[in-house]
Design a protein around this ligand. Structure first.
Ligand SMILES: C[S@@+](CC[C@H](N)C(=O)[O-])C[C@H]1O[C@@H](n2cnc3c(N)ncnc32)[C@H](O)[C@@H]1O
Length: 330
């Protein structure tokens, strides 16, 4: 297996702090201005309620921007024994913050301009959708071991497996626990703004804590330019990564296909358009790559589809590198 240098690119999620700062400003508005409304100050419940909502929005947004890092550092001094996947709260808990903001706005509108009730109810409906999206996001970032669907991925217990876009190691740990005699190569750019410090330090710490460091090699690399030779891997896995590749999805699939041995399998989980994603990303979900487009790209890369289904509200697909050239792939 050869190693090439990884190219660093700006994280696509480095704008998260803007949302955090906007949240703090809006929370301050809810806390300072809404309780001043006559109808609100006349009611103890409303007066206290808007203060509480404003304070929660400010705290949650501050948590997103940096408070979380401070607490994590203090906490790790107290308890350095827990596996930590470093999921930054970002736009995940951001949906719940947005639901609170929209809900408070709907109530303020109803109190001050009851004639605009259709707008108020539309806002309530949006708040419910946002809250549902937040619940779904919590399914994606499960911390337990139920992170991979039960499919026929491995060729044997000595497989060398690529974990493409490993983050802080949820799937790496799940895989290397099964692969007692095999090896996992965990690859990532380690620059995602939504994983604390990009994830590499956490991954290494998590592997040490779980006693799995010997079974895993960690590489910093870009998935569209993998630093490995053709056919280096028996199998590959990737959860919630290839949908982050923008226009490079086909290149990413071509690369994983290249580094697999003929007959090697690739398990990929991605977000696809649907009701769950509508709750999470609303109109943006319509721009997600559809299942049929993924199937076409996979076939173009030279994969045969073995299995597919839904898992934790994401779509998974099990692909196999055909021994024949791409044009004969199904
Ligand atoms: C949502 S996280 C998923 C992490 C892990 N697979 C999991 O399910 O917990 C997406 C990961 O993909 C990585 N990633 C995105 N684009 C990448 C690229 N072009 N090359 C390498 N890693 C990439 C990010 O750095 C991030 O760690």
């Amino acid at each position: 297996m050869t190693s090439r240098t990884a190219t660093r690119r700006a994280s696509p999620h480095s704008h998260l702090w803007i949302m955090g700062v906007a949240g703090i400003a809006i929370g301050a508005g809810i806390l300072v201005f809404l309780p001043k409304l006559k109808v609100v100050s006349a009611s103890l419940i409303l007066f206290a309620g808007f203060h509480v909502v404003g304070a929660i929005v400010i705290l949650a947004s501050a948590w997103t921007v940096g408070l979380r890092r401070v607490v994590r550092r203090l906490n790790s001094r107290v308890d350095g024994t827990r596996v930590d996947f470093g999921w930054g709260p970002g736009w995940m808990n951001g949906l719940a913050i947005a639901a609170l903001i929209v809900g408070a706005g709907a109530l303020a509108l109803q109190l001050t301009a009851p004639a605009l009730w259709p707008l108020g109810w539309a806002a309530v409906a949006s708040a419910v959708v946002l809250l549902t999206g937040n619940l779904i996001m919590n399914g994606f970032r499960r911390r337990d071991q139920v992170v991979l669907p039960m499919v026929d991925l491995l060729r044997g217990d000595r497989d060398v497996v690529l974990d493409a876009g490993c983050g802080a190691g949820r799937t790496t740990i799940a895989l290397s626990r099964i692969l007692k005699y095999g090896h996992v190569v965990a690859v990532d750019r380690f620059d995602a703004g939504y994983i604390d410090d990009g994830g590499r330090a956490l991954l290494e710490r998590n592997l040490a804590l779980t006693g799995l460091s010997d079974r895993v090699t960690v590489e910093t690399a870009d998935l569209i330019r993998l630093p490995f030779d053709d056919g280096d891997f028996d199998s590959a896995v990737s959860t919630h990564v290839y949908d982050h590749l923008g226009r490079d999805k086909q290149r990413g699939l071509d690369e994983v296909h290249r580094v697999l041995k003929p007959g090697g399998r690739f398990l990929m989980a991605v977000w696809v358009p649907g009701w769950a994603m509508f709750a999470v990303a609303n109109l943006l979900s319509l721009f997600l790559t559809s299942k049929s487009a993924w199937r076409e790209m996979a076939a173009r890369a030279g994969f045969r589809l073995i299995d597919e289904g839904m898992f934790n509200n994401a779509w998974f697909v099990l692909l196999e590198k055909t021994v024949n050239p791409p044009e004969t792939a199904v």
